[in-house]
Design a protein around this ligand. Structure first.
Ligand SMILES: Cc1ncc(COP(=O)(O)O)c(C=O)c1O
Length: 377
């Protein structure tokens, strides 16, 4: 149906073989592949960090809040412009989500200033999102959280391999939460990783992932344990061996794929230079290595987004929106969310164009041509 899809998997026979090998091995639940996936993911982040593979980033975020003892009566500051998982997990532990606005129309991340404006005596944690794979300004955010004794969680769903001042995203806060959902930079279908530098928090992650058990099914299979104790209550947020095997292959491809993404974004920017009707955020990058998860643009107020999406569709170009404002969802209409003018405005004018590492320059050209035509440029 589409000439250029929003996203395409970066898969070949390596992924097929990896899954086949697992299925043929006779061990499909969390085991040695998952342990290797965790070890190699820690290496990606610089080595010292503890990585716990889980079933999704939503699971990782939920576990983070549980481990940090965030509960009813607490406030958690989250970006106003983000995926619904961030607000949902806060509400699922009974805490109150408070929205921090974007820095500006050029930089859509939250900052120490926009977070600080929302801090009260009830604030217990901040969740930052490295939007579209562009790292937040972490130095000031870390200092703010330390000064106010607030826990810091990094939602790195868009940012595997991204760096701020040469240090990996996912290593700055108490926890880092990664997503390996289909359309992510590293995709396994459904999966995630919970990272931390703290040994106690790493142990908590292991307990919350698997019923608070002190030994795994694998340990019993290997004869290393006869039974297990339950150290505390927990959940089943485990990954399985098929997904970890996919993750290992995808991890090997990640660096190159992220470079491809950068080249494609640079091409987009070049082809779209001087075209009126929209602006491109995150063009000024300082101290960061971005990983270009998506390519968002901001339409001018005069442009009708729905009609533009329709015109692109006629040309076979798929586009998307990141993200609708929380206040416009039925579930959050009447919960008293604070306003965030920049994010709310961006939410009405944002458009995401296709981007994936195997995209060709010709495909970028097709998208740009269609966009120019639709804008009458
Ligand atoms: C910013 C952000 N946070 C969290 C998530 C949730 O990830 P998952 O689907 O792995 O639970 C996503 C997924 O789209 C996301 O984009």
């Amino acid at each position: 149906m589409w000439k250029v899809q929003l996203f395409k998997l970066n898969y070949d026979e390596k992924e097929t073989n990896a899954v086949n090998d697992v299925v043929n091995s006779g061990w499909i639940t969390m085991g040695e592949k998952s342990q290797t996936f965790e070890k190699n993911f820690s290496t990606l982040l610089g080595g010292d960090v503890h990585s716990t593979a889980v079933s999704s980033a939503t699971a990782a975020l939920h576990m983070s809040l549980l481990a940090l003892n965030i509960k009813a009566g607490d406030e958690v500051i989250i970006p106003a412009l983000t995926f619904v998982a961030d607000i949902n997990v806060v509400r699922m532990v009974g805490a109150t989500p408070i929205l921090a606005d974007c820095k500006s129309y050029e930089d859509w991340n939250i900052t120490a200033e926009t977070i600080k404006a929302q801090i009260t005596s009830k604030t217990k944690a901040v969740i930052v999102v490295h939007f579209a794979g562009y790292p937040c300004e972490m130095d000031a955010i870390i200092k703010l959280c330390k000064d106010h004794n607030i826990a810091l969680i990094e939602d790195c769903a868009h940012a595997p391999g991204a760096k701020y001042k040469n240090k990996a995203c996912g290593t700055f806060g108490d926890y880092g939460c990664f997503s390996f959902f289909t359309n992510k930079n590293l995709s396994v279908g459904e999966g995630g990783m919970l990272t931390t530098n703290d040994e106690h928090l790493a142990q908590q992650a292991k307990y919350f992932r698997s019923h608070g058990m002190t030994a795994l099914t694998l340990d019993r299979h290997k004869g290393r344990a006869i039974t297990y104790d339950i150290a505390q209550s927990g959940l089943n947020y485990r990954i399985d061996e098929m997904r970890s095997a996919l993750g290992l292959v995808q991890l090997e491809k990640l660096k190159h794929a992220n470079v491809q993404r950068r080249i494609l974004v640079e091409r987009y920017i070049k082809e779209l230079e001087g075209i009126k009707g929209f602006s491109i955020p995150f063009k000024k990058l300082e101290n960061v290595e971005a990983v270009y998860h998506i390519f968002p643009i901001l339409l001018d107020e005069t442009i009708d987004r729905v009609s533009l999406i329709g015109k692109l569709k006629v040309d076979g170009i798929q586009s998307s929106i990141h993200y609708p404002a929380f206040k416009d969802f039925t579930a959050f209409k009447n919960i008293g969310l604070n306003s965030s003018p920049i994010a709310e405005d961006i939410a009405t004018r944002e458009l995401t164009l296709p981007l994936y590492p195997t995209m060709s320059i010709e495909e970028v050209h097709l998208v740009c041509d269609s966009l120019k035509k639709a804008l009458g440029a």
